[in-house]
Design a protein around this ligand. Structure first.
Ligand code: ZN
Length: 250
């Protein structure tokens, strides 16, 4: 089982000049098969991530937490330790629970979560929801999807993972396609995709869109000039029917 693709994605997201994550910020994951996935361990650094800084976990041990009514921080920690395939491994990041969920979506094999400065500047402003809902230019649609999922501020950990699941389910019901980008108010960005390249592209394009959004808002003296819904759909093309059926459980 090679973790090279996960480590490389982590190093790309951790590059200092990209201003996506510093110190122990952010985390990444990769799906191996229906049973297991690997996620960054708690406290590891994306830029220098090595195999020793990761934890491989069982989906079956972590997914049930998403249905838990409420758990103490200690009980969540115990569940994270118990989720590992080997006790030699470090403790998975507390965000491993949402990674586990997102890696069960059709066509999702990699997830990257970062705290980009340009994106967080908007997510810490009154424009957060609009930035998630609207699109500014064609390549933003190609890499980040027709809309991003928006999750209002939620305490990181179990509650946040449950809020992400519920927001993603609403998105899929409404738009019949998987999200490429999830925006967490006052927190950060999650990109998901079939390949590490898709995750990196969605992250970097979201950062570019955030920079353009901020400058365009200033130039317009309020909101930027967005693409219309028809223009967005034209670029996105028709949703994949097979996925629609799968997502809706038909
Ligand atoms: Zn985070």
């Amino acid at each position: 089982m090679s973790l090279d693709a996960l480590l490389n994605l982590s190093h790309q997201l951790g590059r200092e000049e990209r201003r996506l994550a510093i110190l122990g910020e952010g985390n990444t994951s990769m799906r191996h098969d229906a049973e297991t996935f690997t996620v960054k361990a708690s406290g590891s650094n994306l830029a220098t991530l090595a195999v020793a800084g990761t934890a491989t976990c069982h989906f079956s041990k972590l997914l049930p937490l998403l249905d838990a009514e409420s758990m103490t921080d200690i009980a969540v920690d115990e569940a994270l330790f118990a989720g590992r395939v080997s006790t030699e491994m470090k403790k998975p990041s507390v965000e491993a629970i949402f990674h586990a969920y997102l890696l069960t979506l059709p066509g999702v094999n990699y997830v990257g979560h970062t705290h980009p400065i340009a994106v967080n500047a908007i997510l810490c402003s009154k424009h957060a929801r609009t930035f998630a809902a609207r699109r500014l230019f064609p390549d933003e649609i190609v890499c980040c999807g027709v809309e991003s999922v928006f999750v209002p501020y939620t305490d990181p950990g179990l509650k946040l993972s449950q809020a992400i699941k519920s927001a993603v389910e609403d998105y899929i019901k409404r738009l019949s396609r998987p999200p490429r980008v999830i925006l967490l108010e006052n927190h950060g960005l999650i990109a998901l995709g079939a390949t590490p390249e898709a995750v990196l592209a969605a992250t970097l394009m979201a950062v570019k869109a955030a920079e353009i959004f901020s400058t365009a808002a200033i130039l317009s003296g309020g909101e930027p000039q967005f693409l219309t819904a028809a223009q967005v759909e034209r670029i996105a093309g028709r949703p994949d029917e097979h996925y629609r059926q799968k997502a809706l459980g038909l």
